[in-house]
Design a protein. Structure first.
Length: 507
């Protein structure tokens, strides 16, 4: 299994004058010379450098204490997760999977070789505890693709020790700056190597593409910016979903829903003849992502309500039954999800999203002023929410009202996403509407969860009864969920009136 290390570091330019006295840094008692390591790393990417464009680095390195394959994934400025696999002749399958959303059907091949003579020192405190590792790296870069060149430079790298306080890096930087050392203009060695060893034609193309992006002006600009943000979220979350990182599946599912909602809400800006088929594929992806998520939500809800019951109301092995239900299909569905992310259908969806962003199917309204065009679209969505809420409140209690409330929740969520997309253009009014719709969605979500929990309780009760177990507690929980839903229904009229009274609908 791949090993993951959190890496917090900073890089600085070096003029070969060496390091200043670092015992002057607060907390540093001793600077230990660890000698020079000779590192040799080959970096892999696609021919059009897709990994580099996403600030991902994939390398095979020999020398030093951590020889092997390394994939570095950005977490925050100066913070990356380094995922490691042992040395092998080819890219390990696990690492190839983690970059598949970026690479897709393209080939990973060597692009740059970096050889570094690393002069290492350890900064330790009075008790001998490692605070940080600082090195002076003499780097020689060689482009491995046709027409590439070579480059060399020296830099200083400071990496925080595991579990260290990032504030310590500020103290080291203050000392380095006082000695005239400046932060590096490159985020990584690879970024600098790619820039300095690129063929001339590629350097000109990179310089042209580096022009500052223009702020959104038209309605189409704003909608496309939101679409791009959600596409980027899917790509960035893909490795986390594959690693089963906390909340990653839910966040990716939300991004797919935001995209689908945006295509539907702004059908006067982006041609739905093009985007509706994409929406169907996004619906498929959201469904696959939700296989485990829906069961997790139900499990958490059932565990909570069960925990609220007095022991005298708990009859039979209901906790065991709940655990068995919760764990059913977990392993199989996990493997299925990885298969979905490796599928041609998923990769084709990503390609299609790229095409929509690069060559957007804009309609005439896309060129209009966002204050007019986007406002009209958001108001239309809100009107649908209003009609559904009214229908739900007028419907008699039971299945018809449950369905109407569920539809109102879905439209409220869609209106929230439309308002989020509109916020950069419309400002505070759209932000207030998004907040109101989030509140409404949360309230109606409580009701829908109760509906789904009651369905689950009926299923579990039938299984328990067939096994000769008591179904008493299932009935108690079912009654409590009915009361919970009734409470939401009773609160809805006042909640809705408050939303209207706030005036947040007047975008």
């Amino acid at each position: 299994m791949a090993d993951t290390q959190r890496e917090i570091e900073r890089k600085y330019e070096s003029d070969d004058s060496g390091l200043p006295d670092l015992t002057a840094v607060a907390g540093v008692a001793t600077v230990i010379d660890k000698g020079v390591m000779n590192l040799d790393a080959v970096y892999y990417d696609t021919a059009d450098e897709r990994l580099a464009a996403a600030a991902l680095t994939l390398r095979r390195r020999t020398g030093g204490s951590d020889a092997g394959w390394h994939l570095k994934v950005p977490v925050a400025p100066g913070v990356r997760d380094e995922i490691r696999e042992p040395l092998s002749d080819t890219v390990p399958r696990t690492l190839a999977g983690l970059v598949r959303a970026r690479v897709r059907e393209a080939e990973l091949a060597p692009v740059v070789r970096l050889r570094s003579d690393r002069d290492v020192r350890h900064l330790v405190d009075a008790e001998g505890k490692l605070l940080a590792e600082i090195s002076v790296d003499a780097v020689r870069a060689e482009r491995l693709t046709e027409g590439g060149g070579t480059a060399q430079w020296t830099e200083i790298e400071v990496e925080l020790a595991d579990g260290g306080d990032p504030v310590f890096l500020d103290k080291v930087e203050k000392r380095l700056r006082k000695a005239g050392v400046q932060p590096s203009s490159s985020s990584s060695k690879l970024a600098r190597a790619l820039r300095e060893t690129a063929p001339r034609s590629a350097k000109k193309k990179r310089k042209a593409s580096a022009a500052a992006p223009q702020d959104p002006v038209t309605a189409g600009d704003h909608v496309l910016a939101y679409v791009r943000a959600q596409r980027d979220a899917i790509l960035e979350l893909d490795p986390a979903v594959r690693q089963d990182a906390h909340d990653s599946v839910h966040r990716m599912r939300v991004a797919t829903r935001r995209l689908r909602s945006t295509f539907r809400s702004f059908g006067k800006i982006l041609d739905r003849g093009v985007t509706d088929p994409i929406g169907e594929e996004l619906k498929w992806l959201a469904g696959e992502l939700g296989v485990d998520r829906d069961r997790e939500v139900m499990t958490e809800r059932l565990a909570t309500v069960l925990g609220e019951l007095p022991r005298t109301l708990i009859s039979g092995p209901i906790r065991t039954r709940l655990r068995t239900w919760a764990n059913a299909r977990r392993g199989g569905s996990r493997r299925r999800l990885i298969g979905v992310l490796d599928s041609k259908r998923y990769l084709a969806l990503l390609d299609t999203l790229d095409t929509v962003i690069a060559e957007p199917p804009l309609l005439p309204d896309a060129a209009g002023k966002p204050e007019k065009v986007i406002t009209k679209a958001v108001r239309k969505d809100f009107g649908k929410v209003s009609a559904l809420v009214a229908e739900a409140m007028e419907a008699p209690p039971g299945a018809d009202r449950d369905l109407a409330l569920h539809e109102a929740r879905k439209k409220a969520k869609r209106t929230r996403y439309a308002a989020e997309a509109a916020t950069p253009a419309l400002g505070a009014a759209a932000r207030a509407l998004a907040k109101s719709m989030k509140s409404l969605t949360s309230l109606l979500g409580e009701h829908q969860d109760s509906v789904m929990v009651r369905v689950t309780l009926r299923e579990l009760s039938a299984v328990a009864h067939a096994a000769g177990e008591s179904s008493f507690t299932y009935g108690v929980l079912y009654g409590r969920e009915e009361q919970r839903a009734a409470g939401v229904e009773a609160a809805l009229p006042d909640a809705w009136q408050a939303i209207v009274a706030e005036g947040s609908v007047q975008v």
